[in-house]
Ligand binder design. Structure first.
Ligand code: MLT
Length: 264
């Protein structure tokens, strides 16, 4: 097992009893994206929903948040809670963090749900764009980035004026500039995780919004095919935010997956 990096203490919500389940949000959100799933799954599971470093109420130190560092934060939280192994569900950036945990600290992962995420590194163009975006956010704040993300986060028919969509916009604009920049730089440098997923030995499910404009369905399908024993579940009427756009369907898939995992 790899040596863990210096972790920060993450803010987290913890509810329920039973199999520990870590819910990791995407970029640049907070654990609140999982509200519907936390409320529903807490009847059968011990839900731990942290804010990743730089997001929500967690510390936002200056620097580059590489994926291993973010995974170390989550493992340190599990250590603090006395949890040896948990099921992890990672949305988008949260999925990249989960892949880093599978690569570097696999003993913490009992099962993996990969939600609207993928294992590929950034292209050189995308990397450059992220590094430039980090500079813009540091000088002007995250409002422009949040607006541009609003255009692609949801399925085309999802009402962007709905309270749920507006809450997502507010979550993004509330993310500290240092946190947004740190995560952008970390994502720009993230490694290829294809081989990590090919070698996965824990039960896994891939959850994909059929209308995801950020992680195309074909990419999710290819990822699921490459993972031994992984199931692909597609969510109709959802884009990149299935937990918000189709909360019941997303909860049902997670519940079904978690139900099958060994308790110990
Ligand atoms: C996310 O939702 O976490 C982001 O779309 C991930 C990314 O920018 O690669």
């Amino acid at each position: 097992m790899a040596k863990r990096q210096q972790a920060v203490g993450l803010y987290f919500e913890e509810r329920g009893k039973g199999l520990p389940v870590v819910l990791l949000h995407g970029f640049p959100f907070s654990h609140h994206i999982w509200r519907a799933q936390i409320d529903a799954l807490t009847d059968s599971f011990r839900i731990i929903a942290p804010d990743l470093r730089g997001h929500g109420q967690s510390p936002a130190p200056l620097g580059t948040y590489d994926m291993d560092l973010m995974a170390s934060d989550v493992c340190a939280l599990l250590d603090d809670l006395g949890i040896e192994r948990a099921a992890w569900a990672g949305h988008s950036l949260g999925g990249y963090v989960l892949m880093a945990a599978l690569r570097r600290h696999p003993r913490y992962v009992r099962g993996a749900a990969l939600v609207a995420t993928h294992p590929l590194p950034d292209s050189p163009d995308k990397r450059l764009q992220r590094m430039q975006s980090a500079e813009v956010v540091l000088s002007q704040g995250p409002a422009d980035l949040a607006l541009s993300m609003m255009a692609v986060l949801f399925a085309p028919k999802f009402d962007r004026q709905s309270p749920a969509a507006q809450a997502i916009y507010e979550m993004m604009t509330a993310t500290p500039a240092l946190g947004v920049a740190g995560a952008l730089r970390g994502m720009a440098g993230r490694p290829d995780s294809v081989e990590t997923l090919r070698q996965i030995v824990v039960p896994a499910v891939v959850i994909a919004g059929v209308e995801d404009q950020i992680v195309k369905l074909e990419v999710a399908e290819e990822m699921a095919r490459s993972m031994p024993g992984a199931e692909l579940v597609t969510i109709a009427g959802a884009g990149h935010m299935p937990m918000i756009e189709q909360p019941e369907a997303t909860t049902a898939v997670l519940r079904e997956f978690l139900r099958t995992l060994p308790r110990r």
